[in-house]
Design a protein around this ligand. Structure first.
Ligand SMILES: Nc1ncnc2c1ncn2[C@@H]1O[C@H](COP(=O)(O)OP(=O)(O)O)[C@@H](O)[C@H]1O
Ligand SMILES: [Mg+2]
Length: 324
């Protein structure tokens, strides 16, 4: 063989050593290749994960944008409803004064002109009075609904509150009212509880209608000694089972001139007192409204109503004869 051997510098190294070195190098290269492949795979996975995260972020952003849009609309609606509520409360309040002028003037005029009125005119006048009373009740319903109850609570005797309410209400002759005979007291805002009783009694009177009927109001101890249970039971038309779910929904009414706000207002007043209102009814037989109201303040530092009047001086015990 002529010429220069290019591997002259390793000619001293034995062949076995060269083979061993080459095998080792090949092994190292293979291992590096595997590591690179693993790294590559990891990289691909990370890129995929990043892509997924990016897509999820985009989706979340869309959802969040939609939620922000929805919440903004809700807030705007609430703002509108609250403005409408304020406006309604003001309008209803402003209507109350002229309405009571109409009511009082009508009563005075009727007394003055009574001897000149024939049966037909008397009937027309009664229709006018009933319409005014209806308007007044509707205004009270609206006010009770739009004005959230702010309570000024004291210890009050339930029978006294009821007595005041019954004195003011017009109870038709066909209805006998039996108020409670016990002097139990509750820790309440008397004005607000009056609204509850007016609503419940009005509903009971309307449910009895033209028929002979009765309304029994009873007070009993609750299983929880902190509460008093008051039942207002009427012998009216009762409530069909399928309507029971809807009774406390705002604007639910079965009456032509109803507002559907009476029971909602009662519920919010009673719950604001930390109490509970429930209804049991048998269609065609009558309805019982059950109120549970606290007897004492949470701190038991009861301030007795300064105008608390001795029960024996009140006339509430008499079986109330309907007044017109
Ligand atoms: N004592 C009752 N007897 C029969 N139905 C009643 C009685 N109380 C309430 N209801 C029913 O519940 C409905 C809602 O009552 P309420 O919220 O006071 O509104 P409104 O009296 O203006 O209809 C009434 O329309 C009536 O159908
Ligand atoms: Mg009502």
């Amino acid at each position: 063989m002529s010429g220069i051997n290019p591997y002259f510098f390793i000619k001293e190294v034995p062949n076995e050593e060269i083979v061993r070195l080459l095998a080792q190098k090949i092994k190292e290269l293979k291992s590096e290749k595997d590591t690179t492949a693993a790294l590559n795979l990891q990289l691909i996975n990370t890129v995929n994960e990043l892509k997924n995260t990016h897509a999820e972020l985009l989706r979340n952003r869309e959802v969040l944008e939609e939620q922000v849009k929805q919440k903004t609309e809700e807030l705007l609606n609430l703002e509108r409803v609250s403005m409408l509520g304020n406006f309604t409360a003001r309008a209803a309040h402003d209507l109350k004064n002229p309405l009571s002028v109409i009511k009082n003037t009508s009563q005075i005029l009727r007394i003055t002109l009574d001897k000149y009125l024939d049966e037909k005119s008397n009937g027309q006048w009664s229709r006018l009075d009933r319409a005014v009373a209806r308007m007044s009740h509707q205004i009270d319903d609206v006010l009770g609904f739009v004005k959230p109850p702010k309570l000024e609570r004291k210890k009050h005797i339930v029978a006294n509150i009821l007595s005041d309410v019954l004195e003011r209400m017009e109870i038709p002759n066909n209805i006998n009212i039996h108020p409670p005979l016990v002097g139990s007291s509750i820790y309440c805002d008397a004005e607000k509880i009056e609204i509850v009783f007016v609503n419940l009694l009005t509903n009971a009177i309307q449910a009895i209608g033209e028929n002979e009927g009765s309304i029994d109001i009873s007070i009993s101890e609750n299983s929880d000694p902190k509460y008093l249970e008051i039942h207002v039971q009427d012998s009216g038309c009762g409530i069909p089972q399928n309507l029971s779910e809807k009774l406390f929904e705002p604007f639910f009414t079965t009456k032509q001139t109803g507002t559907g706000l009476g029971l909602v207002s009662c519920k919010s007043i009673v719950e604001e007192h930390g109490g509970h209102i429930g209804i049991t009814s048998t269609f065609g037989k009558g309805t019982t409204i059950k109120l549970r109201l606290p007897k004492e303040s949470e701190f038991a530092t009861l301030q007795t109503d300064s105008q608390e009047r001795a029960l024996e001086h009140r006339e509430f015990c008499r079986p109330l004869k309907p007044q017109l």
